[in-house]
Write a protein that binds this ligand. Structure first.
Ligand code: URP
Ligand code: ZN
Ligand code: ZN
Length: 464
């Protein structure tokens, strides 16, 4: 006996059709009209859209950062993701300087063990090449473990940043093993000079975080990262691209180098320095993340870039910290405010409401950006599509459901929500993860720890 999702509108990146979806065990076995109901458990979907579950390729769960640890662990973070319609995440394992990639992998697998509620994978952040370049040879081992993307930070000097020479070596290695390099592109050295000057001048309020990290610093690093990638031939994916200047650099590179890809994140599409960080209150610490919020005029170009394919993915960069006792570490000094914001639960709601309902995105484009492209780019061969043989990660989406976002009712472990009080139309109705109904009527009903590690293939960023 299988589960037959009947009469929904099946939306894929390629089109829409009224059809049934048959799930047996953990897999999709058939998609089409009029699948016989014999013996199957029926899920009526007449008023719903049936889509692949969302994939959030940029999350930071249980991550030590900024003198504390991100508030969602693998249990709360993946439950929040699921309730919002996401069925897989790719989190970041961070190499500690002086330690190996293997140690980082073991640390992150221990964090997720018995806690991950959804299938998940890891990018490996390389922060140190180690003795005799050991990290470079370990990259091959990581790919064999299913970790086919490596993160490089051009920001956060003294903590995570690596210099251009080291980055170049990692890129050379990545090119040789068909791995993907994910880049946090900001000129961290220049930014830190500005930051130190601001603090010396007594400019310590949260909004100075945003002003100290210019769009130009991001654009310059975006240009440099792609230029270095091009010199090595490696595929490169710019994470959390936030502004029009950086976008210009991306497009300029893409005109001649097809292996340059990028994402933006929900917050840059709908939040702005004018609305959220006018420089009036400590509350603005809720929006201290990196890259920072930008001027509103950057939003429309980002939406256009999603439509024209310059940007391939929308992720969250979910890096949650509580306002009361974590953001407060920087009450008198913005440099001590842990950088990051919560968003894993609301990505699809926000993107549907402001993207699809507003006419900026088609439902097909929504699926492409949130589900299909993430799977293709990051080598998740079983995910991101509704096709026979794929994992039955299925989202039943109610395009007419109205929902008011509130920290008081959310699953994320923060005491605030960046979209507090916003009413959106369009929400997850049911979520299946490998064939199992894990979210129904907005509630998580699955078992803790049921998530499995996804081994990803090294496909050099795929072809999107
Ligand atoms: O502010 C952010 N984004 N925190 C998480 C680390 C990163 O840079 O992605
Ligand atoms: Zn980053
Ligand atoms: Zn991040």
């Amino acid at each position: 006996m299988g589960t037959l999702i009947q009469n929904g509108i099946v939306v894929t990146a390629a089109g829409q059709q009224r059809a049934d979806v048959l799930i047996e065990d953990e897999l999709i076995v058939q998609v089409g009209a009029g699948i016989p109901a014999v013996e199957h458990q029926i899920v009526e979907a007449t008023d719903l859209l049936v889509m692949p579950g969302g994939i959030d390729v940029h999350t930071h769960l249980d991550m030590p950062f900024g003198g504390t640890v991100s508030a969602d662990d693998y249990r709360t973070g993946t439950i929040a993701a699921a309730v919002g319609g996401t069925t897989s995440v790719i989190d970041f394992a961070l190499q500690s300087r002086g330690h190996t990639l293997r140690e980082a992998l073991d640390t992150w697998l221990a964090k997720s063990k018995d806690k991950a509620c959804l299938d998940y994978s890891l990018h490996m952040a390389v922060t140190d090449l180690g003795t005799d370049g050991k990290s470079l040879s370990e990259m091959e081992e990581m790919v064999a473990e299913g970790i086919s993307s490596f993160k490089l930070f051009m920001a956060y000097p003294n903590v995570l940043m690596i210099d251009d020479g080291l980055m170049f070596q990692v890129m050379q290695k990545a090119a040789s093993i068909n791995a993907l390099c994910c880049i946090h592109a900001e000129n961290g050295s220049a930014i830190d000079v500005v930051v130190a000057q601001y603090i010396a001048e007594g400019r310590t309020a949260p909004h100075f975080h945003a002003h100290s990290r210019s769009a130009k610093a991001e654009a310059e690093a975006t240009h440099r990262a792609i230029a270095l990638a091009e010199m090595t031939g490696c595929a490169v994916y710019i994470v959390h691209l936030s502004n029009e200047e950086a976008l210009r650099e991306l497009r300029h590179a893409q005109a001649h180098y097809s292996r340059a890809l990028a994402e933006t994140c929900t917050q840059y599409l709908v939040l702005s320095i004018e609305d959220q960080m006018p420089g009036k209150s400590w509350e603005e610490a809720k929006f201290v993340f990196t890259p920072p919020l930008r001027e509103k005029r950057n939003q429309e170009p980002l939406w256009e870039a999603l439509t024209d394919g310059s940007l391939s993915v929308v992720s969250t960069d979910h890096c949650p910290f509580r306002f009361a006792d974590q953001k407060s570490l920087g009450k008198d000094d913005f440099t001590r405010i842990p950088n990051g914001g919560p968003g894993i639960e609301n990505r699809l709601q926000i993107l549907w409401h402001f993207g699809v309902n507003s006419g900026r995105l088609t439902p097909e484009k929504f699926v492409e950006l949130c589900c299909t492209n993430p799977a293709k780019i990051f080598g998740m061969t079983q995910k991101g599509e509704l096709k026979p043989g794929k994992d039955a990660d299925v989202l039943l989406w109610d395009p007419n459901a109205e929902y008011t976002i509130q920290a008081a009712t959310q699953c994320m472990a923060t005491d605030y929500n960046m979209f507090e009080g916003w009413t959106v139309r369009g929400n997850a109705s049911k979520v299946f993860s490998r064939g199992e109904l894990v979210v129904d009527k907005g509630k998580w009903i699955g078992q803790t720890g049921r998530g499995r590690f996804i081994k990803r293939v090294a496909n050099g960023g795929g072809t999107v």
